[in-house]
Design a protein around this ligand. Structure first.
Ligand code: LMR
Length: 332
């Protein structure tokens, strides 16, 4: 009898050591600063669903939306330290990391359409930009779309002169700083999670964002006017901690790549509708008056903002800028 029990115990230990239960579960903390019902929020949740499915539960993804875990600046530091494994920061937020070339996406009127933008992010330029992240200990996995930005304040914004002296919240981008200065406004970098309160208390007078961000942060409650300018683009780079990513078993990394590719297609497919629905929802509240520029007014905005390209070419890279002009067909 004793021999029988000893054999059974040995078999049980062997099963545990060999079985999946013994393999350490991999946890990916995916932190971001927007609401779940946004293009990025839904993209992150889709990645969680697919990553856990394709790895058969070997990987668990914990999504922390709305700056729950980290705010703008802290999240990049946390990623580099390995305190979180995945982020999807706005392309406007890589300057403080020392990768200022990403701010090329912030140049006003640089993309005539989403199609032109996709030619840049899905091609050699997008890959070359991701390469620049590697010596910061970061791997770029995908580009996720949000949309073109609108401007908001508590006064009508029809001509560039309407911005004179306004304190305008921006993301941490020198190009966006130059953009607001070109309009005569006073740019103020502020974490996304603090924008509603900044507008409510008057610390800042106005801001810019795609409608999906304006709506889900309830900015329409504290902004009486918005102009559907589409003057600039806001999108994301989905990034992971390089040490973590390279340390994954090749089969698991392949399963996560598949999940990311499908989540990327999903997030990019829904982005425009999320913004259209957010704009319609804000209009329905009647709290903000939305204005569309006349052709002449848009021409005046472009005239005021186009010099930012030359002013910031040295920062984002003259050759990179020339390459984007060629790729998008935008006349300099
Ligand atoms: C902002 O800070 O305005 C945006 O980058 C927030 C986001 O992640 O969309």
């Amino acid at each position: 009898m004793k021999r029988l029990l000893a054999t059974a115990a040995a078999l049980a230990v062997a099963a545990v050591l060999a079985g999946p239960a013994f393999a350490q579960e991999v946890v990916i903390k995916f932190s971001h600063v927007v609401a779940p019902n946004t293009p990025k929020g839904k993209g992150a949740d889709k990645f969680k669903e697919l990553a856990e499915k394709y790895t058969a539960g070997k990987v668990k993804v914990e999504v922390y939306p709305n700056s729950q875990l980290y705010k703008d600046k802290e999240e990049l530091e946390a990623l580099q330290l390995g305190a979180v494994q995945m982020l999807a920061p706005s392309l406007a937020k890589f300057g403080p990391l020392g990768v200022k070339e990403f701010e090329i996406f912030d140049l006003p009127f640089i993309f005539p359409s989403k199609q032109a933008l996709v030619k840049v992010t899905s091609g050699a330029i997008g890959k070359a930009l991701f390469k620049k992240l590697e010596d910061k200990g970061i791997v770029g996995l995908a580009y996720w779309d949000n949309g073109f930005k609108i401007m908001s304040a508590n006064k009508p914004l029809k001509s560039p002169d309407d911005f004179l002296g306004l304190k305008m919240r921006i993301q941490s981008s020198k190009v966006l700083e130059a953009q607001m200065k070109a309009l005569g406004a006073l740019p103020q970098v502020m974490a996304f999670s603090e924008v509603y309160q900044g507008l409510q208390t008057g610390v800042v007078d106005g801001t810019e964002n795609p409608p999906s961000n304006m709506y889900t942060q309830k900015m329409h409650e504290v902004q009486k006017h918005a102009t559907l300018s589409n003057h600039g683009y806001l999108g994301y780079a989905v990034i992971v901690n390089k040490k973590f990513w390279d340390g994954l078993p090749a089969d698991v990394r392949g399963q996560l790549d598949k999940a990311m590719a499908e989540a990327t297609a999903f997030a990019n497919d829904i982005a425009q509708k999320e913004n259209d629905d957010a704009l319609a929802a804000m209009k329905a509240t009647g709290k903000t008056e939305f204005y569309s520029l006349t052709d002449a007014e848009k021409g005046a905005w472009m005239k005021a903002l186009k010099p930012v390209h030359d002013e910031m070419a040295g920062r984002v890279g003259k050759d990179l800028l020339a390459e984007i002009y060629r790729e998008t067909g935008v006349a300099k």
